[in-house]
Design a protein around this ligand. Structure first.
Ligand SMILES: Nc1ncnc2c1ncn2[C@@H]1O[C@H](COP(=O)(O)OP(=O)(O)OP(=O)(O)O)[C@@H](O)[C@H]1O
Ligand SMILES: [Mg+2]
Length: 314
């Protein structure tokens, strides 16, 4: 489940180990000589820390066969607005340009603008850069953001359909009233149509189970279990199926002392709950390490545990 997809999304609650798991999965793919791209879409970046490399919005090689990008939503938003302005430039009358630019600037500071820009970048990575890589792994922001992001192609599709419909009506009226029935060219209609096609293409890729996989990371604790369960159901409503779970930071059986023995006992109950709640999932357990996973050596150890995959809790 973890190794045979072209695109993997790694999601989960804050702090459970998404970035570590995404990096470990990327490492496993790269070791199999697959050209791999690891993308962090989280504003609180930490993929760079693991590899001790300063990452940017363009791919940088962090290990053989492994490139990584960190997408900064604020920067992405600026670039996106610039490209929208350039697109519009040739389309509207020059007398209107100042007003249109003002409108675009206003829109760019509205809620959701960064999200839209981030999404646009993800779309372009999947569609335009996908060819260059065997595997693309997304380390996503905590659950809520990711769910919105993944369901955006569907929502945007509906929204653009509405816009297209209105423009079509307007064009038809215009043609009848002013253009003697001759069809007119409408560049905005074409831009919208193209966006719609790109979103549809991405949605098709996301829905293709042979191609795209969704993995959730959780810890054997109450809130991550509840949140994972909710997220899986929500994605299912959008026909996106989560196939794999990584249960991270599981305590060793060899814990000593009353306190830790008690904690381990509580954890066992959560593990039982996980097995019951997520029957159809491929579940991998990873132990709690003595320290943070902050070096490539430790990441390799983490990756090996993922690859050998303990399916039952130890
Ligand atoms: N199995 C583990 N044992 C010990 N430490 C771990 C383990 N897995 C992850 N960590 C550490 O826990 C911290 C959080 O992990 P990570 O950054 O991967 O989580 P995240 O889900 O990406 O967090 P965020 O939601 O903030 O992006 C990091 O310091 C990481 O090194
Ligand atoms: Mg992270």
């Amino acid at each position: 489940m973890l190794m045979n997809k072209r695109i993997l999304f790694v999601g989960g609650k804050g702090g459970v180990g998404k970035s570590t798991s995404a990096a470990a999965l990327a490492l496993l793919h790269a070791k199999e000589k697959k050209k791999t791209l690891l993308i962090s879409t989280d504003p609180a970046h930490n993929v760079g820390d693991i590899f001790h490399k300063e990452l940017t919005n363009q791919p940088i090689m962090v290990l053989p066969n492994l490139n990584a990008i960190e997408i900064d939503p604020a920067l992405e938003s600026k670039r996106y607005i610039q490209s929208v302005k350039e697109n519009i430039h040739g389309v509207v009358k020059s007398t209107m340009l100042d007003e249109v630019n003002r409108q675009i600037d206003a829109a760019s500071s509205s809620p959701g603008a960064e999200e839209a820009a981030l999404f646009d970048r993800i779309v372009s990575i999947i569609l335009d850069e996908g060819e260059k890589y065997d595997t693309i792994i997304f380390d996503t922001a905590p659950t809520g953001h990711t769910l919105r992001l993944l369901t955006l192609p569907e929502l945007m599709g509906v929204w653009i359909d509405g816009m297209l419909e209105r423009r079509k009506k307007r064009n038809e009226n215009y043609v009848q009233l002013l253009n003697d029935g001759e069809p007119i060219e409408d560049p905005i209609y074409e831009v919208l149509q193209k966006r719609k096609e790109r979103f549809a293409a991405v949605r098709k890729i996301l829905l293709n189970k042979g191609m795209t996989g969704f993995i959730f990371v959780l810890n054997p604790e109450r809130l991550p279990i509840l949140e994972t369960s909710k997220a899986i159901k929500l994605l299912k409503n959008h026909e996106l199926e989560v196939e794999g779970l990584i249960v991270n930071k599981v305590l060793s059986e060899q814990v000593e002392g009353e306190f830790w023995k008690k904690r381990k006992e509580t954890e066992r109950e959560y593990v039982r709950w996980i097995h019951k709640e997520f029957k159809n999932q491929d579940i991998h357990f990873i132990p709690l390490f003595e320290t943070d996973i902050n070096s490539v050596d430790l990441l390799e150890e983490y990756a090996n545990k993922l690859a050998t995959g303990s399916r039952i809790a130890f």
